[in-house]
Design a protein around this ligand. Structure first.
Ligand code: 6SD
Length: 273
């Protein structure tokens, strides 16, 4: 997979040299290219910013350097890219929230291009223009404000790259995680290793019992309880058909019952009149 990142802070992308991503690059699984937006300015101060039309605090990024920089990236496609061109990802607090489902979609692409805003963001015509040439996705990590797009790029690249064959060692560990389809979109159960007793805290006895079925039941219960308490929003899309009687009992104890349109809702089962 080819990844192009356009930024004024290339040093921010240095973590992409480390750990599994760094090794994937060395192995040729990932081709990451970081481009300095200021290389596409033409004034002595290498200016990329300017005040907003209509007034207001702060500065915006001017469209011309972005146009030059992104045109140069698009003019140099990787050999594997089809006629579709890349997906252009633009981190933004007003973007679609980035999810594991989006990571899975992006992992199927041969080419991703990232545009990192700074200041108060990028002149809106840049996204408008490139949306007529490539598939553009404005992506948000969540409802909080960052100083620029670089940290969001690190997050997206890590979430996507680890889905590529060969990037993460153990394929089984990928499937077992929180948010994997395997676990119905529930949060993962707590996990323990040696020693069995630590600072007065014991590993739950069932996990050392050797009763595989009981271990699996305990883990499912903990996943359901955790999800109900920490992320009740995730239960709205848990199919009741994927739940057995023990699941329903745990969820009822936590105050969730099957809803009319699938999923679960808070509250006791309604009584017929
Ligand atoms: C100026 C940016 C780009 C500023 C951002 C993304 C999220 N989820 N919060 N903040 C952000 C992205 C902020 O460029």
């Amino acid at each position: 997979m080819r990844l192009d990142v356009v930024t004024i802070f290339g040093e921010y992308l240095q973590p992409l040299q480390l750990s599994l991503i760094g090794r994937a690059r060395q192995q040729g699984l990932l081709d990451v290219r970081v481009h300095d937006l200021r290389e596409h300015t033409h004034d002595r101060h290498r200016t990329v910013d300017s005040p907003p039309y209509g007034g207001g605090a702060g500065l915006l990024m001017r469209p011309e350097p972005w146009g030059e920089a992104l045109d140069a990236v698009l003019a140099d496609p990787p050999p594997g890219a089809g006629a579709d061109g890349p997906v252009l990802l633009v981190p933004s607090p007003v973007g679609e929230v980035f999810t594991q489902a989006a990571a899975v979609e992006l992992a199927a692409e041969p080419w991703l291009v990232f545009a990192c805003g700074r200041y108060e963001g990028i002149d809106a015509r840049v996204v408008e223009h490139y949306a007529s040439r490539v598939r553009v996705r404005e992506v948000s990590l969540g409802d909080y404000v960052l100083n620029g797009g670089e940290v969001a790029v690190l997050v997206v690249v890590e979430a996507v790259a680890r889905l590529l064959p060969g990037v993460v060692g153990n394929a089984a560990s990928l499937e077992q995680e929180s948010h994997a389809a395997e676990h119905d979109g529930l949060l993962e159960h707590p996990a323990y290793t040696k020693p069995a007793s630590w600072r007065g805290l014991e590993v739950p006895a069932v996990l050392a019992s050797g009763h595989h079925a009981q271990v699996e039941r305990w883990r499912r219960d903990e996943s359901l309880r955790r999800t109900a308490r920490r992320r009740p929003d995730l239960l709205r899309t848990l199919p009741p058909a994927a739940c057995d009687a023990a699941d329903l009992a745990v969820l009822a104890t936590e105050g969730f019952v099957p809803g009319d349109a699938g999923g679960f809702r808070p509250g006791p089962a309604p009584v017929a009149d």
